[in-house]
Design a protein around this ligand. Structure first.
Ligand code: PMV
Length: 322
């Protein structure tokens, strides 16, 4: 009983930060993202009656105890849903650096969910795959559907799902990621969601999130880059303001991140379609359009402090590949 699935990472335009329900991972606010073409996790799941425990290998090496436990916990939720009584061997590989603000958890838990369900011979709807993936990592719910995706908050496990709001070819946005550091981050998003509420700003950020979501959708549907840039940068700044004012505080920006953010604003003032957004890490995602992507990539590469650049167009949904 074996299957292999592939899922893309995603970058949020309107961020998910903080949970309304920690156990079910129901988000405090709705979010919007695009999948990142070519930035993938490929995962094979083998359900095997000969196994005593679940096992995990990542990028050809046995995973540490913490990662293995997290995957075992997710497999347990899938076992319950499918009424399965077998352990699994999971082999996973990313084609991008882990733990540096390019969400490996999103593509990992999306690929794991799709592979584990397919390996068991079950067929679930995209909605259901998205809600199960959410249990592993919130943003993984958004890596199940294709293209531009919205994840609604929902009041229950079944309701909190992500779905496509526009296909990948609706608007040719490109994410040019300026990689500032590939080291593993000290505080992951999992812990961060828990402390978000300790910031005085979180309640205000959450209260105004639906308005930003609506603005972002309008900009996206109307392909209005100026409007899109304004709301995307504002939303990222708000999330980082919450992070920096949480107790204990979380500072993900590095000097080179700020340098790049500053340049992005200048380049936009020059007339280029570009805006920035940062996740729980120092890397700066420079969102641009296909016509300006070469120019933006060259400028990002030339900046001091940028180690490398990853470039991704809008990607498809999670799928079984073997
Ligand atoms: O899915 P998680 O728990 O890794 O949280 C993702 C959090 C951010 O990447 C910072 C924002 C987002 O919406 O992707």
């Amino acid at each position: 009983m074996q299957a292999t699935a592939q899922a893309h990472s995603n970058i949020a335009f309107i961020k998910y930060w903080g949970n309304a329900d920690d156990a079910l991972r129901l988000p405090a606010n709705p979010s919007i993202s695009m999948n990142l073409a070519g930035v993938t996790t490929t995962t094979t799941v083998v359900w095997d009656s000969a196994l005593q425990t679940d096992s995990l290998s990542i990028n050809d090496a046995p995973a540490d105890e913490k990662a293995t436990q997290r995957v075992a916990q997710h497999l347990e939720a899938i076992r319950k849903r499918l009424k399965l009584d077998l352990k699994a061997a999971v082999t996973s590989g990313n084609n991008f650096p882990m733990g540096a603000g390019i969400a490996s958890s999103a593509s990992s838990f999306a690929a794991l969910t799709v592979a584990a369900v397919a390996a068991a011979g079950a067929t679930l709807t995209e909605r259901e795959l998205s809600s199960i993936a959410r249990l592993g990592s919130g943003s993984a719910s958004r890596s199940i559907p294709a293209g531009y995706v919205e994840w609604c908050t929902g009041m229950s496990h079944d309701e909190s799902v992500a779905y496509t709001i526009a296909p990948a070819d609706h608007w040719s946005l490109v994410d040019v990621i300026g990689v500032i550091s590939t080291g593993h981050k000290e505080v992951g998003s999992r812990e961060g969601h828990g402390t978000a509420i300790t910031s005085d700003f979180q309640a205000a950020r959450v209260a105004s999130a639906p308005a930003r979501l609506a603005q972002c959708k309008e900009a996206l549907f109307g392909k209005d880059f100026a409007k899109f840039a304004a709301v995307v940068e504002h939303d990222s700044n708000l999330m980082h303001a919450v992070m920096m004012t949480s107790r204990p505080p979380l500072f993900y920006w590095q000097p080179a991140s700020l340098l790049l953010m500053e340049q992005v604003r200048r380049w936009r003032a020059e007339g280029l379609n570009v805006c920035y957004t940062l996740d729980a890490g120092p890397n700066v995602h420079c969102l641009t359009t296909a016509e300006h992507a070469d120019e933006i990539e060259a400028r990002v590469r030339a900046l001091e402090g940028v180690q490398s650049v990853i470039r991704a167009a809008v990607g498809g949904g999670a799928a079984v590949v073997g």
